[in-house]
Design a protein around this ligand. Sequence first.
Ligand SMILES: [Zn+2]
Length: 477
Amino acid sequence: MDFENTIGLETHVQLKTRTKMFCGCLLKTGCEPNTNVCPVCLGYPGALPVANKEAIRLTVMSGLMLGCEINRHATFDRKNYFYPDMAKDYQISENGNPLCIGGGVTIETPNGPKTIRINHIHLEEDAAKINHYAQTSGVDFNRGGTPLMEIVSEPDMASADEAIAYLTALKEILVYAGVSDCNLEEGNMRSDVNISIRPVGETRLGTKVEIKNMNTFKGIHAALEYEARRQRDCMAHSMPIVQETRRWDGEALETASMRTKENAHDYRYFPEPDLVPVALSDEQIEEWRSLLPEKPEARRMRMIEEYGIAEYDAGVLSQAKANADFFEAAAKGLDKKTAKQLCNLYMSDVMALLNASGKEIGECALAPTALRALVTMAAKGVINGPTLKELLPEVFEKGGDPEAIVKERGLGAVSDTAALEAFVDQAIAANPGPVADFKAGKKAAAGFFVGQVMKLSKGKADPKIVGPLVARKLAAI
Ligand SMILES: [Zn+2]
């Protein structure tokens, strides 16, 4: 029997706010344990929470980017559980009435584009961090109360590849919107994944297994592949698949059972009595909507149209907002042909310089106007190709105005035909051997003379003019 996978993701994203979700404590990493704490995030009895408006704005911005419907009246609930990482014995979350509902993320699959639906996005607070030492354990409440946005997808993904494509697209959109850094190493984006299998053609979902708290795309991919295989093995051997939470062991490369799945009623959710509902007006939502950036996908399409660049290049550029911003600033006012040359130079040489230096585009000395000046000078024949390639690393490293540098050092290309003709004559006169070769039918000998002219002009001759000139002179001998 053939089986298909149904995969759903619950992705926790740390929001880029200055302070915590329900108190004014600063969100800073690398501090001494329990230094950014107060009675609210330590769960003291009687301390009252106040919702962070910026966290609400960022969640709504995410919802708008993802095509969600925004709830004008979201409410908070208490999720009750006992564990040392939550001193008040409950987590404040939006259980039944979240901020954003519906929406979706479109991914590319081998069978064409596919939309992964989003069920909802809700806002909650993170738990504290438990550190384990040789003999003891300690709880660090600096992280306790960090605003988390949880994006819950529908079980619309059919493979580990689709899950990673979904997460990649989601990350791209959230970074674009400035909602989160989505830094995986720092745990800014963590996912619980659930997977079940069912016979092809069956419409009911199979028994699902959840794998908790994964923060690398590689781990998520491997865990899903493993679990899809394990569940098929169970089916093949008539063993039941148990509804449970499993843990991914990155060293053994397998999942292991942690606990059988708890149900929502185990948490005894009830409305949080200390917080008022989040009342949002249409005007407020429209104001935030007007501040949204262009989505990466839309930008990709526009850049292809506007600058005539290749689909692949537009895809790479739009993936990181900083690259796309730089390219567009540099290409401003250029015709399509020159913009395409600028794109080629960016994709090859500038990217190589970035890789080699380990820098992001915003961290190097190259200004968009400087790159535009270089490409424009080359397109107009003011400088030749070799001079462009020589100047770029220098301007990348030290900055400066390429036009002024060319003028100051006399690097302008020699395109004056009379001057070039003199070089060609000189090269021919000095090299009777290659001339004889050419006459004997070795047409490749012409390339030798182009090289000689470049040398005589100290690299400043325009090879596009020299080539035909050499051909004409040699033919006339
Ligand atoms: Zn606090």
